[in-house]
Design a binder for this molecule. Structure first.
Ligand SMILES: [Fe+2]
Ligand SMILES: [Fe+2]
Length: 245
């Protein structure tokens, strides 16, 4: 069955419906996580892409390979399941990868920083990003996700103890923007994670790790910004409407 794609849908919605679409957006450098609220036609205009061609690419990709990521269907999860999934996959992987990448970034800067001064920028941007992500994940795990789980279980009426859930969500979205900006710096300072001629294996491993980080952060932030957070806000306003009637 040929799915319809409405170019007025936001890129975030399109990926929420079918996660495999993220691959097309990544290849075209269309931001579907922090920029996920943009309609597809607007995102195409900004990148000088013909909307119809992008829609054809999306449909061709779907026809060709189906939805390989269908098993990981964040749109079909409850909020509690999705929060658990984010912690057990993205957060857990970051806790393993960030220290490993940190060691590589330092090693490569020490060995090649003189001949490639941009490695100093990579080192600084990466360290700032790593520190911010570490505290960001703790805030989600200790504050926001527990609020979302309690709200879904209707254990705690919202708007009474911690204020609206919109406040921590806004804060997390702002931090996602900062992480996106840091990832842009990393991409730019490494020519899109491309190894220079004659790069040693550590350098190649570092670039491969940074490219993974960018990809994984896009998926991770997408699940939060475009699925978990809007659904939590919806649930809160439904609960508030229920109480006021
Ligand atoms: Fe997260
Ligand atoms: Fe987050």
């Amino acid at each position: 069955m040929r799915a319809e794609i409405d170019p007025r849908s936001t890129v975030g919605q399109l990926v929420a419906e079918r996660p495999a679409r993220s691959r097309v957006f990544e290849a075209l450098r269309i931001d579907y996580c922090c920029g996920g609220k943009q309609p597809l036609e607007e995102a195409c205009r900004q990148r000088n892409l013909v909307t119809e061609t992008v829609v054809d690419l999306l449909l061709a990709m779907e026809a060709q390979e189906g939805d390989a990521e269908g098993a990981d269907d964040p749109g079909g999860m409850t909020l509690t399941e999705l929060a658990d999934h984010i912690e057990q996959t993205h957060h857990a992987e970051l806790r393993i990868e960030l220290p490993r990448l940190g060691r590589l970034v330092e090693k490569v800067r020490d060995a090649h920083g003189e001949t490639e001064p941009r490695l100093h920028r990579v080192f600084e941007a990466f360290n700032a990003l790593r520190d911010e992500l570490s505290s960001h994940m703790v805030k989600e795990e200790r504050v926001l996700f527990p609020m979302i789980r309690r709200m879904e279980l209707a254990i705690e009426p919202q708007g009474q103890h911690c204020g609206s859930i919109a406040n921590p969500i806004r804060q997390m979205e702002a931090e996602h923007e900062d992480a996106g900006a840091a990832l842009e710096v990393l991409r730019e300072a490494t020519d899109g994670f491309t190894p220079p001629e004659g790069a040693c294996n550590s350098w190649r491993a570092m670039l491969d790790g940074l490219a993974w980080l960018e990809r994984d952060m896009h998926r991770h932030v997408h699940k939060e910004n475009n699925i978990l957070f809007p659904k939590a806000l919806q649930l809160e306003s439904a609960a508030n409407a229920g109480r006021s009637t």
